[in-house]
Design a protein around this ligand. Structure first.
Ligand SMILES: NC(=O)N[C@@H](CC(=O)O)C(=O)O
Ligand SMILES: [Zn+2]
Ligand SMILES: [Zn+2]
Length: 345
Protein backbone atom coordinates (compact mmCIF):
# COMPACT_ATOMS: atom_id res chain seq x y z
CA UNK A 1 0.00 0.00 0.00
CA UNK A 2 1.40 3.43 -0.88
CA UNK A 3 -1.54 5.65 -0.04
CA UNK A 4 -4.18 5.65 2.65
CA UNK A 5 -7.12 8.01 3.13
CA UNK A 6 -8.99 8.37 6.40
CA UNK A 7 -11.34 10.78 8.14
CA UNK A 8 -9.27 13.64 9.54
CA UNK A 9 -7.92 12.42 12.91
CA UNK A 10 -8.54 13.97 16.32
CA UNK A 11 -6.19 14.15 19.29
CA UNK A 12 -8.00 13.13 22.47
CA UNK A 13 -5.23 14.34 24.85
CA UNK A 14 -3.22 17.45 24.05
CA UNK A 15 -1.23 20.11 25.93
CA UNK A 16 -1.20 23.45 24.11
CA UNK A 17 0.02 25.57 27.07
CA UNK A 18 -0.54 29.34 26.95
CA UNK A 19 1.02 32.62 25.79
CA UNK A 20 3.80 32.46 23.21
CA UNK A 21 4.10 28.68 23.68
CA UNK A 22 0.42 28.32 22.73
CA UNK A 23 0.93 30.51 19.67
CA UNK A 24 3.76 28.22 18.53
CA UNK A 25 1.94 24.98 19.37
CA UNK A 26 -1.59 25.61 18.07
CA UNK A 27 -0.51 25.53 14.38
CA UNK A 28 1.43 22.27 14.95
CA UNK A 29 -1.74 20.44 16.01
CA UNK A 30 -4.12 22.32 13.69
CA UNK A 31 -2.09 21.27 10.62
CA UNK A 32 -3.29 17.65 10.76
CA UNK A 33 -5.95 17.30 13.45
CA UNK A 34 -9.57 18.40 13.38
CA UNK A 35 -10.24 18.48 17.12
CA UNK A 36 -8.36 17.94 20.36
CA UNK A 37 -9.18 17.47 24.00
CA UNK A 38 -7.21 20.29 25.60
CA UNK A 39 -5.57 19.56 28.93
CA UNK A 40 -6.25 22.11 31.68
CA UNK A 41 -2.95 21.90 33.61
CA UNK A 42 -1.96 25.51 33.10
CA UNK A 43 -0.45 27.58 35.91
CA UNK A 44 -2.88 28.36 37.50
CA UNK A 45 -5.08 25.49 36.26
CA UNK A 46 -8.35 25.85 34.34
CA UNK A 47 -10.86 25.13 37.09
CA UNK A 48 -14.06 27.00 36.22
CA UNK A 49 -16.29 27.15 33.17
CA UNK A 50 -15.46 30.84 32.76
CA UNK A 51 -11.72 30.08 32.73
CA UNK A 52 -12.25 27.31 30.18
CA UNK A 53 -14.18 29.68 27.91
CA UNK A 54 -11.42 32.29 28.16
CA UNK A 55 -8.73 29.67 27.43
CA UNK A 56 -10.73 28.37 24.45
CA UNK A 57 -10.81 31.92 23.06
CA UNK A 58 -7.03 32.28 23.49
CA UNK A 59 -6.56 28.99 21.59
CA UNK A 60 -8.85 30.12 18.78
CA UNK A 61 -6.89 33.37 18.53
CA UNK A 62 -3.64 31.38 18.21
CA UNK A 63 -4.89 29.32 15.24
CA UNK A 64 -3.79 30.12 11.68
CA UNK A 65 -6.33 32.04 9.61
CA UNK A 66 -8.94 29.75 8.13
CA UNK A 67 -8.10 26.84 10.44
CA UNK A 68 -11.02 24.53 11.13
CA UNK A 69 -9.42 23.16 14.32
CA UNK A 70 -11.80 22.80 17.27
CA UNK A 71 -10.43 22.81 20.82
CA UNK A 72 -12.56 20.65 23.14
CA UNK A 73 -12.09 22.05 26.62
CA UNK A 74 -11.64 20.30 29.95
CA UNK A 75 -11.87 21.40 33.55
CA UNK A 76 -9.21 20.56 36.08
CA UNK A 77 -10.90 18.72 38.95
CA UNK A 78 -10.02 20.00 42.42
CA UNK A 79 -11.45 19.21 45.83
CA UNK A 80 -13.27 22.56 45.61
CA UNK A 81 -14.86 22.01 42.18
CA UNK A 82 -18.53 23.00 42.17
CA UNK A 83 -20.75 20.30 40.56
CA UNK A 84 -23.19 22.94 39.30
CA UNK A 85 -20.43 24.87 37.51
CA UNK A 86 -19.28 21.68 35.76
CA UNK A 87 -22.78 20.73 34.67
CA UNK A 88 -23.57 24.27 33.51
CA UNK A 89 -20.29 24.60 31.55
CA UNK A 90 -21.04 21.29 29.86
CA UNK A 91 -24.62 22.31 29.10
CA UNK A 92 -23.36 25.60 27.63
CA UNK A 93 -21.09 23.66 25.28
CA UNK A 94 -17.92 25.11 26.82
CA UNK A 95 -16.58 21.96 28.44
CA UNK A 96 -16.37 18.45 26.97
CA UNK A 97 -14.77 16.58 29.87
CA UNK A 98 -13.23 16.91 33.33
CA UNK A 99 -9.62 15.96 34.07
CA UNK A 100 -8.57 14.18 37.25
CA UNK A 101 -4.96 14.54 38.35
CA UNK A 102 -4.02 12.82 41.58
CA UNK A 103 -2.21 15.63 43.44
CA UNK A 104 1.50 15.51 42.68
CA UNK A 105 1.29 12.85 39.95
CA UNK A 106 2.62 14.90 37.05
CA UNK A 107 3.39 18.35 35.60
CA UNK A 108 1.31 21.09 37.29
CA UNK A 109 -0.82 18.70 39.31
CA UNK A 110 -0.38 20.28 42.75
CA UNK A 111 -4.05 21.40 42.81
CA UNK A 112 -5.27 17.90 42.02
CA UNK A 113 -7.22 15.46 44.16
CA UNK A 114 -5.91 13.95 47.41
CA UNK A 115 -9.12 12.76 49.03
CA UNK A 116 -11.42 11.09 46.49
CA UNK A 117 -14.40 11.33 48.86
CA UNK A 118 -14.28 15.12 48.46
CA UNK A 119 -14.98 14.92 44.73
CA UNK A 120 -17.76 12.35 45.00
CA UNK A 121 -20.58 14.92 44.46
CA UNK A 122 -18.91 16.15 41.25
CA UNK A 123 -18.39 12.62 39.96
CA UNK A 124 -22.02 11.75 40.73
CA UNK A 125 -23.26 14.81 38.86
CA UNK A 126 -21.02 13.91 35.92
CA UNK A 127 -22.31 10.34 35.87
CA UNK A 128 -25.87 11.60 35.78
CA UNK A 129 -25.26 13.95 32.85
CA UNK A 130 -22.76 11.68 31.05
CA UNK A 131 -19.73 14.01 31.23
CA UNK A 132 -16.53 11.98 30.72
CA UNK A 133 -13.81 11.96 33.37
CA UNK A 134 -10.28 11.86 31.94
CA UNK A 135 -7.94 10.27 34.46
CA UNK A 136 -4.19 10.49 34.91
CA UNK A 137 -4.03 6.94 36.26
CA UNK A 138 -1.08 6.88 38.63
CA UNK A 139 -0.82 6.71 42.41
CA UNK A 140 1.67 9.06 44.04
CA UNK A 141 2.51 7.06 47.18
CA UNK A 142 6.25 7.32 47.81
CA UNK A 143 6.43 3.62 48.65
CA UNK A 144 5.15 2.61 45.20
CA UNK A 145 7.80 2.17 42.54
CA UNK A 146 7.30 4.62 39.68
CA UNK A 147 7.03 1.75 37.19
CA UNK A 148 4.13 0.24 39.19
CA UNK A 149 2.11 3.41 39.73
CA UNK A 150 -0.39 2.85 36.92
CA UNK A 151 -1.16 -0.76 37.80
CA UNK A 152 -1.57 0.09 41.50
CA UNK A 153 -3.84 3.05 40.67
CA UNK A 154 -6.21 0.78 38.76
CA UNK A 155 -6.64 -1.54 41.76
CA UNK A 156 -6.59 0.99 44.58
CA UNK A 157 -8.34 4.01 43.08
CA UNK A 158 -9.85 3.64 39.63
CA UNK A 159 -11.77 0.43 40.12
CA UNK A 160 -13.20 1.48 43.53
CA UNK A 161 -14.18 4.92 42.18
CA UNK A 162 -15.92 3.39 39.16
CA UNK A 163 -17.77 0.88 41.34
CA UNK A 164 -18.86 3.65 43.71
CA UNK A 165 -20.10 5.83 40.85
CA UNK A 166 -22.19 3.71 38.46
CA UNK A 167 -22.62 5.32 35.07
CA UNK A 168 -19.45 7.42 35.33
CA UNK A 169 -17.81 7.55 31.90
CA UNK A 170 -14.03 7.30 32.20
CA UNK A 171 -11.07 7.70 29.88
CA UNK A 172 -7.85 6.23 31.20
CA UNK A 173 -5.36 8.70 29.78
CA UNK A 174 -2.07 7.68 28.20
CA UNK A 175 -2.05 4.04 29.31
CA UNK A 176 1.42 2.51 29.45
CA UNK A 177 0.94 -1.01 30.78
CA UNK A 178 -0.57 -4.37 29.95
CA UNK A 179 -2.72 -3.91 33.07
CA UNK A 180 -4.04 -0.63 31.63
CA UNK A 181 -4.78 -2.32 28.29
CA UNK A 182 -6.67 -5.15 29.99
CA UNK A 183 -8.61 -2.95 32.39
CA UNK A 184 -9.69 -0.53 29.64
CA UNK A 185 -11.19 -3.40 27.65
CA UNK A 186 -13.19 -4.63 30.65
CA UNK A 187 -15.54 -1.68 31.05
CA UNK A 188 -17.74 -1.63 27.97
CA UNK A 189 -18.86 1.59 26.31
CA UNK A 190 -18.40 3.72 29.45
CA UNK A 191 -14.65 3.04 29.68
CA UNK A 192 -11.99 3.93 27.16
CA UNK A 193 -8.27 4.61 27.03
CA UNK A 194 -6.03 6.92 25.10
CA UNK A 195 -2.66 5.69 23.89
CA UNK A 196 0.12 8.09 22.97
CA UNK A 197 2.27 7.97 19.89
CA UNK A 198 5.52 7.77 21.83
CA UNK A 199 4.46 4.85 24.04
CA UNK A 200 3.96 2.80 20.87
CA UNK A 201 7.59 3.52 19.93
CA UNK A 202 9.74 3.58 23.06
CA UNK A 203 10.23 1.38 26.07
CA UNK A 204 12.18 2.43 29.17
CA UNK A 205 15.51 1.61 27.56
CA UNK A 206 15.10 4.68 25.35
CA UNK A 207 15.35 6.87 28.44
CA UNK A 208 18.25 5.14 30.14
CA UNK A 209 20.53 3.15 27.81
CA UNK A 210 23.71 4.89 26.65
CA UNK A 211 23.13 7.93 28.87
CA UNK A 212 20.08 9.76 30.17
CA UNK A 213 17.81 10.90 27.33
CA UNK A 214 15.54 13.58 28.78
CA UNK A 215 13.45 13.95 25.63
CA UNK A 216 12.15 10.40 26.16
CA UNK A 217 11.11 11.10 29.75
CA UNK A 218 7.40 11.57 30.23
CA UNK A 219 4.71 10.52 32.69
CA UNK A 220 3.54 7.88 32.99
CA UNK A 221 7.12 6.80 32.34
CA UNK A 222 7.66 4.31 29.50
CA UNK A 223 7.71 0.74 30.81
CA UNK A 224 9.27 -2.61 29.79
CA UNK A 225 9.10 -3.93 26.24
CA UNK A 226 6.27 -6.37 27.06
CA UNK A 227 4.07 -3.38 27.92
CA UNK A 228 4.96 -1.52 24.73
CA UNK A 229 4.00 -4.62 22.75
CA UNK A 230 0.67 -4.84 24.59
CA UNK A 231 0.00 -1.18 23.72
CA UNK A 232 0.81 -1.83 20.06
CA UNK A 233 -1.55 -4.81 19.98
CA UNK A 234 -4.30 -2.71 21.59
CA UNK A 235 -3.88 0.33 19.33
CA UNK A 236 -3.78 -1.75 16.15
CA UNK A 237 -6.61 -4.09 17.18
CA UNK A 238 -9.44 -1.84 16.05
CA UNK A 239 -11.08 -2.36 19.47
CA UNK A 240 -13.16 0.79 20.16
CA UNK A 241 -11.82 0.94 23.74
CA UNK A 242 -8.56 2.49 22.46
CA UNK A 243 -8.03 5.78 20.69
CA UNK A 244 -5.30 8.27 19.97
CA UNK A 245 -4.38 10.85 22.59
CA UNK A 246 -0.90 12.07 21.72
CA UNK A 247 -0.25 13.67 25.12
CA UNK A 248 1.99 15.95 23.11
CA UNK A 249 3.46 17.90 26.03
CA UNK A 250 5.93 20.61 25.06
CA UNK A 251 8.58 21.88 27.46
CA UNK A 252 11.42 24.12 26.29
CA UNK A 253 14.79 22.41 26.01
CA UNK A 254 16.37 24.14 29.04
CA UNK A 255 13.61 22.62 31.22
CA UNK A 256 14.06 19.14 29.71
CA UNK A 257 17.87 19.10 29.56
CA UNK A 258 18.10 19.84 33.24
CA UNK A 259 19.21 18.20 36.51
CA UNK A 260 15.49 17.93 37.34
CA UNK A 261 13.99 17.74 33.88
CA UNK A 262 10.29 18.14 33.10
CA UNK A 263 8.17 15.19 31.99
CA UNK A 264 6.67 15.26 28.51
CA UNK A 265 7.31 14.24 24.90
CA UNK A 266 6.37 16.63 22.10
CA UNK A 267 4.85 14.69 19.19
CA UNK A 268 2.23 16.93 17.57
CA UNK A 269 4.43 17.69 14.57
CA UNK A 270 5.22 14.14 13.40
CA UNK A 271 2.56 11.99 15.07
CA UNK A 272 0.70 10.90 11.94
CA UNK A 273 3.90 9.88 10.13
CA UNK A 274 4.96 7.87 13.19
CA UNK A 275 1.57 6.20 13.57
CA UNK A 276 1.43 5.17 9.93
CA UNK A 277 4.91 3.66 10.27
CA UNK A 278 3.88 1.75 13.43
CA UNK A 279 0.63 0.49 11.94
CA UNK A 280 2.46 -0.58 8.77
CA UNK A 281 5.03 -2.46 10.87
CA UNK A 282 2.13 -4.24 12.57
CA UNK A 283 0.41 -5.05 9.27
CA UNK A 284 -2.56 -2.99 10.42
CA UNK A 285 -2.67 0.11 8.22
CA UNK A 286 -6.34 -0.61 7.58
CA UNK A 287 -7.00 -0.14 11.31
CA UNK A 288 -5.26 3.22 11.63
CA UNK A 289 -8.56 4.97 10.96
CA UNK A 290 -10.27 3.17 13.85
CA UNK A 291 -7.56 4.30 16.25
CA UNK A 292 -6.98 7.84 14.97
CA UNK A 293 -10.36 8.85 13.51
CA UNK A 294 -13.29 6.66 14.59
CA UNK A 295 -12.96 5.29 18.12
CA UNK A 296 -12.47 8.66 19.84
CA UNK A 297 -15.63 10.30 18.47
CA UNK A 298 -17.53 7.13 19.25
CA UNK A 299 -16.51 7.28 22.91
CA UNK A 300 -17.14 11.04 23.15
CA UNK A 301 -20.45 10.69 21.25
CA UNK A 302 -19.36 13.19 18.61
CA UNK A 303 -19.63 12.89 14.83
CA UNK A 304 -16.69 11.51 12.85
CA UNK A 305 -15.00 14.29 10.88
CA UNK A 306 -16.33 14.59 7.33
CA UNK A 307 -13.08 16.02 6.03
CA UNK A 308 -10.46 13.41 4.99
CA UNK A 309 -6.68 13.28 4.88
CA UNK A 310 -4.37 11.19 2.75
CA UNK A 311 -1.06 9.70 3.85
CA UNK A 312 1.40 8.88 1.08
CA UNK A 313 4.35 6.46 1.31
CA UNK A 314 7.66 7.54 -0.16
CA UNK A 315 11.18 8.66 0.72
CA UNK A 316 11.86 9.35 4.39
CA UNK A 317 9.90 12.37 5.59
CA UNK A 318 11.70 15.50 6.74
CA UNK A 319 10.37 17.28 9.82
CA UNK A 320 11.96 19.91 12.04
CA UNK A 321 14.13 18.75 14.94
CA UNK A 322 12.90 21.65 17.04
CA UNK A 323 10.06 24.16 17.06
CA UNK A 324 10.89 27.68 18.13
CA UNK A 325 8.38 29.04 20.61
CA UNK A 326 9.55 32.51 21.55
CA UNK A 327 10.31 31.12 25.01
CA UNK A 328 12.95 28.74 23.70
CA UNK A 329 13.14 25.69 21.45
CA UNK A 330 10.98 22.58 21.90
CA UNK A 331 12.52 19.33 20.66
CA UNK A 332 10.31 17.24 18.40
CA UNK A 333 10.08 13.57 19.44
CA UNK A 334 12.67 11.49 17.57
CA UNK A 335 11.21 8.03 16.88
CA UNK A 336 14.71 6.67 16.10
CA UNK A 337 13.57 5.26 12.75
CA UNK A 338 12.98 6.73 9.31
CA UNK A 339 9.36 7.69 8.65
CA UNK A 340 8.02 7.00 5.18
CA UNK A 341 4.48 8.33 5.41
CA UNK A 342 3.73 11.99 4.85
CA UNK A 343 0.42 13.78 5.07
CA UNK A 344 -0.50 14.99 1.57
CA UNK A 345 -1.28 18.70 1.29
N1 LIG B 1 2.77 13.54 30.09
C1 LIG B 1 3.72 14.26 30.62
O1 LIG B 1 4.83 13.74 30.82
N2 LIG B 1 3.53 15.55 30.96
C2 LIG B 1 2.32 16.30 30.88
C3 LIG B 1 1.38 16.00 31.99
C4 LIG B 1 0.64 14.69 31.86
O2 LIG B 1 -0.03 14.45 30.87
O3 LIG B 1 0.70 13.87 32.80
C5 LIG B 1 2.66 17.79 30.87
O4 LIG B 1 1.77 18.61 31.08
O5 LIG B 1 3.83 18.13 30.63
ZN1 LIG C 1 -1.07 12.76 32.56
ZN1 LIG D 1 -0.88 14.90 29.26
Amino acid sequence: MTEITLPRPDDWHLHLRDGSMLRAMAPESARHFARAIIMPNLVPPVVTGAQAAAYRDRIRAALPDGSGFTPLMTLYLTEETDPDDVVQAHRDGIVTAVKLYPAGATTNSASGVRDFDKVRPVLEAMAEVGIPLCVHSEVVDSDIDIFDREAVFIDRVLDPVRRATPGLRVVMEHITTKQGVDYAASGGADLGATITTHHLVINRNAILVGGIKPHYYCLPVAKREEHRLALRRAATSGDPSYFLGTDSAPHIDPLKENACGCAGCFTATNTLSILAEVFEQEGALDRLEAFASLNGPRFYRLPVNEDRITLVRGDPVAYPAKIDTGEGPVTVFDPMMPLHWRVAD
